[in-house]
Write a protein that binds this ligand. Structure first.
Ligand SMILES: [Cu+2]
Length: 503
């Protein structure tokens, strides 16, 4: 490869400033401090611009204090300038970096002319206001002050934040309302020789275009879409032969699936949905449903150029056929390094197969033929209705049936879960913790969930947001042990008074 030319570096820096400027203008935070690409590489025009990690807002002294302004702006999106629903004036907003035990003190100001709100996807925090309460509505021109207290045992890895506005999640996330949240400490589980390795965020955001804007309404999930990495079209990622890098793969778009592949190497998975695995495992392809994350180690192969690509993926007879697409160009060059041995044993974790089960639930996903109504146990979402209760401190086993001819996913707030089986096939417990998993068409999964630390009304849903907005979501109330019997009585009473809100 050519050495970095001064002109190329200057061009890169100018473009970076172009991308970051709106964020800097809309925000008084400290400048990005960590995890960013630095302009040390030359630009190879044919391969695109170097990958830029999003700017970072990090906690200090146990607190992350920040502001997120939601507004419509015309901004760079991929290789285009389009109106997007931005956080702090960017399609790819800052990455929030915190540590276990930190507090997030976040003011969201809504400058779009409809309700919005914020969900900290995957964080084990209270579902009550002013924390991760998705029933909050922040109206046009209003600000809301969120406070999230992370527990000391918050798993370390990659999370994300996004709009969870009732019936508007798809439009708002597709428009741009999503960013990465990192709980620091994942590299601490690596052997000393691998600590401090280069780390990249690979945030997968896609967009369809309508006129001079990102299309947000009446989306056809299977229609042609532009897939970006950190908002960039086909950026270039540099790696040395034998070098080990850590990539935070996160599907933070509204609806679509990815099936990632990188010719000439493989992915060593070290965390799923922000939860470190017990045993590292290697795969050639990774299916990532909307909302899911995989933290992986990647080792540079032989010198050359390869594409980080998504392979064709079919979500079933009533679903979508996503075509192959190149996402990034990986250039392997420079001094060859001795490929480090990747450890197998990684992080400690609880195995819920051994847990005492307090209750079993059966969850059934259905949809109508025209795909306008999506239901859980025969009902569309109603924020005013409580569909299920669980008791704090217990473990439950849920059997979730997808009675449709397309993939849906299962995502639950507040607590993660262990995937026990898929269509009766036992899952390896050394890497079975998730907060979002695919349920293939006509399939059944079994999960176990420990309801720890927090009571309150929370939700679970399909994370294909088009389906969530059209009803595939339910309310779960986590109640203290002594409230369970009283709560059941209340729920029965509520059912009699149940009124569907218009949808
Ligand atoms: Cu779905």
């Amino acid at each position: 490869m050519t050495r970095p030319g001064t002109r190329a570096v200057l061009a890169w820096m100018a473009f970076s400033l172009f991308l970051v400027a709106p964020w800097l203008a809309g925000c008084t935070q400290d400048p990005p401090a960590r995890g960013q690409a630095s302009p040390t590489h030359g630009v190879t025009p044919a391969a695109g611009r170097p990958l830029e990690d999003p700017p970072v807002v990090a906690s200090s002294d146990g607190v992350l204090k920040t502001t997120i302004v939601v507004e419509r702006r015309k901004v760079p999106v991929g290789d285009q300038l389009l109106y997007a629903t931005t956080y702090n004036g960017a399609f790819m907003p800052p990455t929030l970096r915190v540590k276990p035990g930190d507090r997030i003190d976040l003011t969201m100001t809504n400058n779009i002319d409809e309700d919005t709100n914020l969900h900290t996807h995957g964080l084990h925090v209270s579902p009550r206001e002013p924390s991760d309460d998705i029933f909050i509505k922040i109206g046009y021109g209003q600000s809301y002050h969120y406070e999230y207290q992370l527990p000391d045992d918050q798993p370390v890895g990659t999370y994300w934040y996004h709009s969870h506005a009732d019936m508007k999640s798809e439009a708002q996330v597709a428009g741009g309302e999503s960013g990465i949240l990192v709980v620091e400490g994942l590299q601490d589980f690596l052997p000393p020789s691998l600590q401090g390795i280069t780390e990249h965020t690979i945030a997968l955001k896609d967009f369809q275009v309508e006129g001079d804007a990102i299309k947000t309404h009446d989306l056809d999930i299977g229609a042609s879409t532009n897939r970006t990495v950190n908002g960039q079209q086909n950026p270039e990622i540099r790696i040395h032969p034998g070098e080990t890098q850590m990539w935070r793969l996160a599907n933070i778009g509204a609806n679509i699936f990815y099936k990632l592949h990188l010719a000439g190497t493989h992915f060593d998975v070290i965390a799923q949905d922000g939860i470190p695995v017990q045993q590292v495992y290697s795969v050639d392809t990774l299916v990532i449903p909307a909302g899911a994350r995989f933290d992986v180690l990647v080792q540079g192969g032989d010198p050359g150029t390869a594409h980080l690509e998504t392979l064709p993926y079919d979500t079933g007879p009533a679903g979508d056929k996503f075509p192959q697409a190149d996402l990034a160009t990986v250039v392997t060059s420079g001094t060859a390094l001795h490929g480090a041995a990747v450890p197998k044993k990684f992080a400690p974790a609880e195995d819920l197969r051994d847990a005492e089960i307090a209750d079993q639930k059966v969850i059934v996903y259905t949809e109508n033929g025209s795909k306008t109504k999506f239901s859980i146990n025969g009902r569309q979402f109603d924020p005013d209705r409580t569909d299920f209760t669980a008791t704090l401190g217990t473990v439950e086993e849920w059997k979730i049936h997808n009675n449709t001819k397309q993939s849906h996913s299962f995502h639950i707030h507040t607590n993660d879960f262990q995937l026990i089986s898929v269509d009766g096939e036992a899952q390896d417990p050394t890497h079975a913790r998730f907060d979002t998993v695919d349920i293939p068409a006509r399939s059944t999964i079994v999960v176990r969930i420990r309801f720890a630390d927090f009571t309150g009304r929370t939700v679970f849903h399909c994370h294909i947001l088009n389906h969530e907005d059209k009803g595939m979501m339910a309310v779960l109330d986590i109640v203290p042990p002594d409230a369970q019997s009283r709560k059941r009585d209340d729920d029965q009473h509520d059912d009699h008074q149940d009124k569907r809100h218009d949808r």
